[in-house]
Design a protein around this ligand. Structure first.
Ligand code: GLN
Length: 246
């Protein structure tokens, strides 16, 4: 179980988004409220990607618990962005704990995160991995299921698929190859966000100007909606669409 979120809307400080809410992502790293899928805390690293302007995002990733990094707490107070993807990680047993294994994974404008597990890793997805260029396999961010999932999505994006199709097709193929997998992913280019919900929770809160997709609501205020399992979410500021994943 990891916890992740994506925000699109008026610029906010990273502190207001990630640190300040009563059940913030930072609090979810040591006291998540929804612990389905095993694990108790999310202490195996974290990552934040944000768009400082119209260009490509900036990333900060570490292999340590987010609560133990005083630098990010200070940076978060003075860093403002209108598009953010952030995650706290609980490594699946047997998978490396490294800066590079923490989401977000990135290329160009894209940021990607995975909450879940590929069942039967790595054997179940050998045939899917074999469809990737060898270079992609040699340069995976880390030897983890999430890094491979990103490489599979990225391969479709590079071939010209739109974000929703790239996520839906990849999640569909992995779910078929590795039944029982938990595949909640987030993908954004800073303008549109796509999320799959398969095996883990995801909640959405939208206003006319903003949208927030998060593993769990970060406060008890009204406006949160839990997305049913098996859905694909496409969202931009003020607009959320759900459709069946398959
Ligand atoms: N399986 C992924 C990893 O180990 C994600 C783990 C999670 O969602 N807890 O990085």
């Amino acid at each position: 179980m990891c916890r992740h979120l994506v925000y699109l809307g008026p610029p906010v400080t990273l502190a207001r988004l990630l640190f300040d809410p009563p059940f913030s992502l930072v609090r979810q790293s040591w006291a998540p409220r929804d612990m389905r899928g095993g694990g108790t805390i999310n202490a195996d690293g974290f990552g934040i990607g944000w768009y400082p302007g119209d260009g490509e995002p900036v990333r900060y990733r570490r292999a340590q618990p987010i609560w133990s990094d005083p630098t990010i707490a200070q940076l978060a107070e003075v860093t403002t962005a209108g598009a953010v993807l952030a995650a706290v990680r609980s490594a699946t047993v047997g998978m490396a704990v490294l800066d590079n294994a923490a989401a977000p994974f990135a290329e160009g404008r894209w940021l990607f995160s995975h909450n879940g597990v590929i069942r039967g890793w790595p054997d179940t997805v050998v045939p899917l991995a074999a469809e990737l260029p060898v270079r992609d396999l040699l340069t995976l961010d880390a030897s983890t299921d999430s890094a491979l999932l990103w490489a599979l999505v990225r391969h479709r994006l590079r071939a010209g698929a739109d974000a929703a199709d790239a996520v839906a097709a990849t999640v569909g193929a992995v779910a078929e190859a590795a039944p029982g997998s938990r595949l909640n992913v987030l993908l954004t280019d800073g303008r549109v966000a796509v999320a799959s919900v398969l095996g883990h929770a995801l909640s959405v809160r939208a206003s006319p100007e903003a949208v927030l997709l998060a593993s769990e609501p970060h406060d008890d205020e009204s406006g949160w909606r839990e997305v049913p399992d098996g859905r694909l979410v496409t969202a931009s500021a003020g607009r959320v669409r759900l459709r069946p994943l398959r």
